[in-house]
Design a protein around this ligand. Structure first.
Ligand SMILES: [Zn+2]
Length: 447
């Protein structure tokens, strides 16, 4: 970014600052994120110490959403002519960058945003995020902060008063904040957030519902596990028709969906025919509900599959494959890998060499980035090597990886496993031996 001379927003003395005036997604896909993050156009004044946003005219362009926005801060006191002189070249820069066939009518009518707030709102609106949604998010954030600082016995009452704000979004925000605090190593904050989470699960209506659901899923899973691997279809039908509530029923259908097939429904129908009165009625309603649930689940699976396929095609079409794969990493799961394998097979069968090569590249990149860091790999190898001499060789071969950090990680593992009753004593002893060996090796390396 070029440095420009501007007047300090506080003391008005001239200062140098990095100023960005064009946010064009056609030229820079990260421009939107950058603008929304508030991390650009910050002034730092060496004269008065001011640090904060600086006022600059700017232009925002999103070609996919046909959005062309202009913002000139009112505090700059520019008249119409002056504004046009500044904005004109910025708009030209955007239009000149577009190939002629993409120069559409919306480019002739840039929308003027009167405040910076409005500019941000307009960008978010185009993503389907309304002002009301943003306000609700702000309220949720404030509520979390209030709960964090509140005394433990005051939390229940606050939660009861703010019950309406505590929903799916609230829990998502809580999880995000927790991740953030952990990543920053803020243990106290993370601890407070965990306490808040515990309190809302206990006292909020939505939290109670979540806990009930969790319990029902757990109960459903246990009942299926109890059937064992030799379970008959009749046993599964028993379990499903005896489900004590709809939440349990949903959990059972989700977990056992592949077994809820034509044969399963035939058995339910048989039972309906044999049943009498109220029970007959109840079973008929149950069959209806089962049909509904299985269709719902199948639709969800289809939609997820389609989304994964679309994502994969996007990746395959990218110019820089490696970068594209890394960008979608958060979305890579078992389903994604399954789809890649399926597409690879299909491409091979069709003899589409280009496509299969590219799909193979995707798998290679994924494997490369998924490989554990060398130190973690060494740790695993050490723990999995029973022979003392071989462990010594491993340490010597990887001497450059053996450092204080490795020793500390092992010490933490030892401490963690000591507390776990289900771990055999022999393994705990083994871990502790490996730890001592690493410490000794480290000492000899230094000495
Ligand atoms: Zn200043």
């Amino acid at each position: 970014m070029p440095k420009m001379q501007i007047a300090c927003p506080r003391c008005r003395q001239p200062i140098l600052a990095e100023v960005r005036q064009v946010f064009d997604l056609a030229q820079d896909p990260r421009a939107k994120e950058l603008l929304l993050s508030g991390a650009v156009n910050i002034a730092q004044c060496p004269h008065c110490g001011f640090q904060g946003p600086l006022a600059t005219p700017l232009v925002y362009h999103d070609p996919d959403k046909e959005l062309l926005l202009v913002y000139v801060p009112q505090e700059l006191g520019m008249n119409r002519d002056q504004q046009e002189k500044v904005i004109g070249p910025l708009l030209n820069q955007i239009i000149n960058h577009l190939p002629p066939e993409k120069r559409k009518a919306y480019l002739l009518q840039p929308q003027t945003m009167l405040t910076y707030e409005r500019l941000i709102e307009r960008i978010l609106e185009a993503d389907g995020i309304t002002k009301e949604m943003l306000q609700a998010q702000e309220q949720r954030l404030r509520l979390i902060q209030r709960l964090m600082s509140a005394a433990a016995d005051a939390r229940a009452e606050i939660i009861r008063q703010e019950d309406a704000l505590i929903d799916e979004n609230f829990f998502a925000m809580l999880a995000q904040l927790l991740e953030l605090h952990l990543a920053q190593g803020d243990r106290l904050g993370a601890q407070q957030l965990l306490e808040v989470q515990k309190a809302v699960l206990e006292h909020a209506t939505y939290g109670q519902q979540l806990r009930r659901e969790e319990q029902e899923v757990k109960a459903a899973l246990e009942s299926l596990q109890n059937l064992g691997s030799n379970a008959t279809l009749d046993q599964l039908v028993d379990l499903v028709v005896q489900a004590p509530n709809d939440t349990r029923l949903q959990a059972l259908v989700r977990l056992a969906r592949p077994a809820i097939n034509y044969e399963f429904f035939a058995k339910v129908s048989e039972r309906i025919e044999k049943a009498q009165g109220d029970e007959k009625e109840r079973l008929s309603r149950l069959r209806e509900r089962l049909l509904e649930l299985t269709q719902e689940i199948d639709k969800e699976v289809q939609a997820r599959l389609q989304a994964v396929r679309d994502l994969l095609e996007q990746v395959l079409a990218a110019e820089n494959l490696e970068q594209a794969v890394i960008e979608v990493l958060p979305a890579v799961d078992d389903l994604f890998l399954t789809v890649v394998e399926q597409e690879l097979q299909a491409a091979r069968q069709k003899g589409d060499l280009q496509r299969s090569a590219r799909l193979n590249q995707v798998l290679d990149i994924l494997q490369k980035v998924a490989a554990p860091p060398p130190q973690v790999a060494l740790l695993e190898a050490l723990v999995n090597t029973p022979d003392l001499q071989q462990r010594q060789q491993l340490l010597e071969r990887n001497a450059q990886l053996v450092d204080q950090n490795l020793a500390e990680t092992l010490a933490r593992l030892v401490a963690e496993y000591q507390q776990r009753g289900e771990v055999p004593q022999a393994f705990k002893n083994h871990l502790s031996t490996v730890h001592q060996e690493v410490v000794r090796f480290l000492a000899s390396k230094k000495g």
